[in-house]
Ligand binder design. Structure first.
Ligand code: LFR
Length: 449
């Protein structure tokens, strides 16, 4: 994405887009095609070169990393967080660090793929004399030769202290990780280095969700749903909430820009839809997203609801049949057609959005009057409307490219050409339609009321 700044606003132009799905790995498990990504990124930068960008900022999903050896080379695959290799690792860590202590230090929600669990699943000796670089830091390293760990993304590893925002030496030691594995931290807005052609690479909020939240207009409530592959549902706060109640509700305190805290919970997002579409197309069905969304609106309401965070929905594979199984197991009709599956997905996501928002408000002692829904999901009118209905709150949708906008904002601010968050362009406003009771009983069916 190319960002151009003028009169207090950022214009974004798409230069290049490529798919980045998890891939089966030789030897088992799932990995990312990082060499392919780097080639695409370099091609995109070449396309953007004629606009003479002032700087480059990199953000991506969180938690995944590459290991760089003493000779400076990336060693082995960059594994994908949907890889089941972390099974059993939470128990292993728990024996060394009790959950309560882990949460008091890191404030991080439990997700089976948190970096610390991935590190613990590495074969004996593999971490010795290595530097761990999270994906955006790894790409920055490949472009500039400079190592470091940007702090917003570092906060997703379960090795960063949420209060001091430094690596926790205590956790590194107790987890049995080698000294020197974690590179020095850097802050959004600090330089990373320069590319071969001399363009500055700047650290931004390199966790895509941190960049997305950086683009959300600051208003009284600060409630948001950053909805793409995942739905990240929560609030922007000034200080972490490290209470036992927050831990039990599995809320995270990830680092945002300017010392802010992203107090949120991960909910399985549009992954349910994109993975269903991928499977249907693989089965030879000719399905267009717009058509199936429209058809889903003609399906009966609240026929079958699932908990989108059911662990079985995390890995790639046959999503429609796993959803159907969950419905059958909870005594609801199996959605038989693609529109019926999509209806179940959209309603289930809205139910989960509302449950997480209610929990966030309660745990942080806030009352809410508006929700910003940003990311690709902001273009999904049905999901936005259902979310407004289920939450009983107006939803302001957009920007859809929130991560790119937040990324460019941090760069523009560092360059001294923008001080305030950009307003972005809302795509729509959705008022709740007063069906609170129907949504509550749908939520009750899956224990999310
Ligand atoms: C969203 C996201 C989430 C993170 C998940 C896995 O793209 O970054 O914030 O929990 O992906 O990395």
């Amino acid at each position: 994405m190319l960002g151009e700044v003028g009169s207090g606003e950022i214009e974004l132009a798409e230069i290049r887009r490529f798919a980045t799905g998890p891939r089966p790995r030789v030897g088992g498990g799932l990995c990312w095609d990082v060499a392919g990504m780097l080639a695409e990124i370099k091609a995109g930068l070449a396309d953007a070169a004629e606009s003479r960008p002032v700087s480059i900022g990199i953000d991506s999903w969180a938690v995944d990393y590459g290991l760089v050896g003493a000779d400076g080379r990336l060693e082995g695959d960059v594994r994908c967080y949907r890889d089941p290799r972390t099974e059993g690792m939470a128990q292993r860590l728990r024996a060394r660090v009790p959950d309560e202590l882990l949460y008091r230090i890191t404030g991080l929600q439990y997700l089976p793929f948190n970096t610390v669990y991935q590190l613990l699943s590495e074969p004996e000796g593999r971490l010795v004399d290595k530097t761990m670089l999270l994906l955006p830091d790894l790409i920055g390293y490949q472009l500039t030769g400079e190592i470091g760990a940007e702090v917003t993304n570092a906060s997703t590893t379960a090795l960063l202290d949420a209060t001091t925002r430094r690596w926790s030496a205590e956790l590194v030691a107790r987890a049995g990780l080698p000294d020197g594995l974690l590179p020095p931290l850097r802050q959004p807005g600090e330089p990373v280095g320069a590319t071969e052609d001399g363009t500055t690479v700047l650290a931004v909020a390199s966790h895509d969700t941190a960049s997305a939240v950086a683009a959300i207009p600051a208003d009284a409530d600060g409630a948001y749903i950053s909805c793409g592959t995942w739905s990240l549902v929560g609030l922007e706060l000034r200080a972490p909430v490290l209470t036992e109640a927050a831990r039990e509700a599995n809320f995270t305190n990830e680092a945002g820009i300017d010392g802010t805290v992203r107090f949120l919970r991960n909910t399985m997002g549009l992954w349910l839809l994109s993975e269903s579409l991928r499977v249907w197309r693989e089965q030879g069905l000719d399905i267009r997203l717009g058509d199936v969304l429209e058809a889903a609106m003609r399906e009966p309401a609240f026929r079958s609801i699932v908990d989108p965070d059911a662990a079985v929905l995390l890995p790639p594979g046959d999503m429609p049949s796993r959803i159907a199984t969950l419905c059958a197991e909870s005594g609801q009709p199996k959605p038989e057609s693609p529109p019926a599956v999509v209806r179940t997905i959209l309603e289930s996501l809205a139910v989960a959005h509302a449950a997480s928002l209610r929990a966030a408000a309660r745990l942080a002692d806030r009352s809410l009057s508006l929700v910003h829904l940003v990311g690709g999901g902001a273009r999904n009118a049905a999901l936005c409307q259902f979310t407004a209905d289920a939450c009983g709150l107006p939803v302001l949708a957009g920007p859809s490219e929130a991560s790119a906008l937040g990324n460019v904002f941090v760069q523009a601010r560092a360059a001294g050409v923008l001080e305030e968050k950009p307003r972005g362009r809302p795509l729509g406003r959705y008022e709740p339609r007063g069906e609170a009771e129907a949504w509550r009983s749908a939520a009750e069916r899956v224990g999310l009321a």
